[in-house]
Design a protein around this ligand. Structure first.
Ligand SMILES: Cc1ncc(CNC=O)c(N)n1
Length: 248
């Protein structure tokens, strides 16, 4: 696993506590009907194509967010934590990922230059921009980063589990986020977030009140990530009223 958890012993960091406390919304984000439709092979390919175009837009916006976390890790000046190496490896995979999106889009006949962001994509990208603001604490940013990556890891790994009927032409997409290496990377992000949260919660920071504030802000941010992810899946399924008639 990740050197911090022993087999059979629950992990027990703050992120784990949150995932349990907010189990229903967590499941809502990681076991969404869109993912279940990929897993059981009933996925509507036009939904997959819509997801592909929108996720390309999201990923382009995600790169500067991750870069902003990298800058904060550098500014902390704690070289021995290894945070920079983990975040930098994330930027490296995003580089491959952008190339993969372009290749995948041409395979499916999706013209990425013609894809306009839907409302849920716009909102999620705006949220990433808010998280890049200098007043956002490193702890809050790393908790968001961990949650964003983990939702995809848990979702797509589910489509590769034994007994899943994921169509062969979608398996590569699922592998991208569902592979063990990506799982390991998510554990490293969880360790970073948990270490930061632990520091804030134990009040080792100079101002205890400020630290408590950071922990609750991080929890709210975690919940917002889950909500944005659910909205994003809903849009992909076509259940979010995208490009539909105006609401009454
Ligand atoms: C909407 C969304 N959430 C998380 C990810 C995974 N991170 C980078 O690829 C993603 N691609 N898209």
């Amino acid at each position: 696993m990740d050197g911090k958890s022993k087999p059979g012993v629950p992990y027990g960091g703050m992120t784990d506590t949150w995932a349990k406390k907010h189990r229903l919304i967590y499941i809502g984000a990681t076991r969404h009907p869109f993912i279940l439709s990929i897993r059981d092979g009933t996925v509507d390919l036009s939904a997959f194509k819509r997801w592909l175009g929108q996720d390309y837009i999201f990923v382009r916006a995600f790169v500067p967010f991750v870069a902003s976390v990298l800058i904060r890790a550098y500014k902390k000046g704690d070289e021995s934590s290894g945070d920079m190496e983990v975040i930098l490896s994330g930027l490296g995979s995003l580089n491959d990922e952008i190339a993969w999106f372009k290749q995948e889009a041409s395979k499916w006949g999706v013209d990425l230059s013609q894809v306009a962001p839907e409302k849920p994509t716009q909102h999620y990208c705006r949220f990433l921009e808010e998280l890049m603001r200098p007043e956002v604490d490193y702890t809050v940013a790393t908790a968001a980063f961990w949650a964003i990556e983990t939702v995809y890891q848990e979702s797509f790994a589910h489509c590769l589990e034994e007994g899943s009927k994921t169509p062969p032409e979608l398996q590569e997409a699922c592998q991208r986020w569902g592979n063990d290496g990506f799982g390991h990377y998510c554990s490293s992000l969880r360790n970073i977030a948990d270490r930061q949260l632990e520091k804030a919660a134990s009040g080792s920071e100079p101002l205890v009140k400020v630290s408590e504030d950071v922990v609750s802000k991080a929890e709210v941010t975690f919940l917002r990530v889950l909500e944005y992810e659910v909205d994003f899946w809903n849009m992909s399924c076509g259940t979010a009223g995208h490009s539909a008639a105006p609401k009454p």
